[in-house]
Design a protein. Structure first.
Length: 252
């Protein structure tokens, strides 16, 4: 798959399978194509060549309302242009599932409340999104995606701005979604967060450098090459990698 903006390609020759029941981390330097790949998977950016398949169907041919119900997308940034309470923002995640009048009902409000509770944001329901800290806003935005109950979660840096406790909480939410049969794909620069995924895909200059289990991809040689630093990897109990990074090695 090839995709990009204007006259140039950002992604070149991407061939990737994202199975149900798995959490997949996207890793790469700034500008490597992680956000572009998520936009393409979400149907926001159309491929220049190749196809994106959703259960074997070309995503471009899936009716937009159906696609919106099945695929939830969290962008990297969000700017509140006017006052809005967290509950009202989260209810927007129910839009693809609303009836002809577009008015949220009791079931929609219940879904929004569950989503806020899942990310430890129930107390923020009546708070203006503009008055929140970056971490609080991030959790509410994730709740908006969860409230829509999509099968596929595409999340651009969902743990950005979060304190350690909420980073663990969000990863637990993503793991539960996958264990219930959903697909989760998220980008991150935090290698400890990536190590909590089932699989990882490493991007470099818009190309897929490696993909597979975190044990097979979060290795010292691959991470050192990907980020241009000295990486040290050990395996924790259960086989998950523990990564530490150091400065680039001095040229010889």
């Amino acid at each position: 798959m090839y995709a990009g903006y204007g006259a140039g390609d950002v992604l070149s020759g991407i061939d990737l399978t994202l199975p149900a029941g798995r959490v997949v981390a996207l890793l790469g330097e700034n500008g490597s194509g992680k956000s572009t790949l998520l936009k393409a998977l979400a149907g926001i950016l159309l491929p220049r060549a190749g196809r994106i398949l959703l259960d074997g169907r070309d995503l471009g041919l899936v009716p937009r309302r159906e696609a919106a119900r099945r695929v939830g997308y969290l962008p990297q940034s969000f700017e509140a242009l006017f006052p809005m309470k967290a509950m009202d923002l989260v209810l927007l995640g129910r839009t693809p599932r609303l009836g002809p009048l577009g008015v949220p009902g009791a079931a929609d409000r219940a879904s929004a409340e569950r989503a806020l509770a899942e990310v430890d944001a129930t107390s923020l329901g009546n708070t203006d999104i503009r008055e929140m800290s970056g971490g609080e806003r991030q959790r509410v935005l994730l709740a908006r995606v969860l409230a829509g109950e999509p099968e596929v979660l595409l999340l651009d840096e969902p743990t950005a701005n979060l304190d350690p406790r909420h980073r663990f909480l969000v990863m637990a939410v993503l793991t539960r979604h996958a264990e219930s049969g959903g697909t989760v794909v998220f980008s991150t620069h935090e290698l400890d967060v990536a190590a909590g995924a089932d699989e990882a895909a490493l991007l470099a200059s818009g190309r897929l450098r490696a993909a597979g289990s975190v044990a097979a991809t979060l290795t010292a040689p691959l991470l050192s090459e990907l980020f241009g630093v000295s990486a040290c990897v050990s395996l924790r109990e259960g086989g998950r990698p523990l990564v530490s990074l150091g400065p680039p090695e001095a040229p010889r």
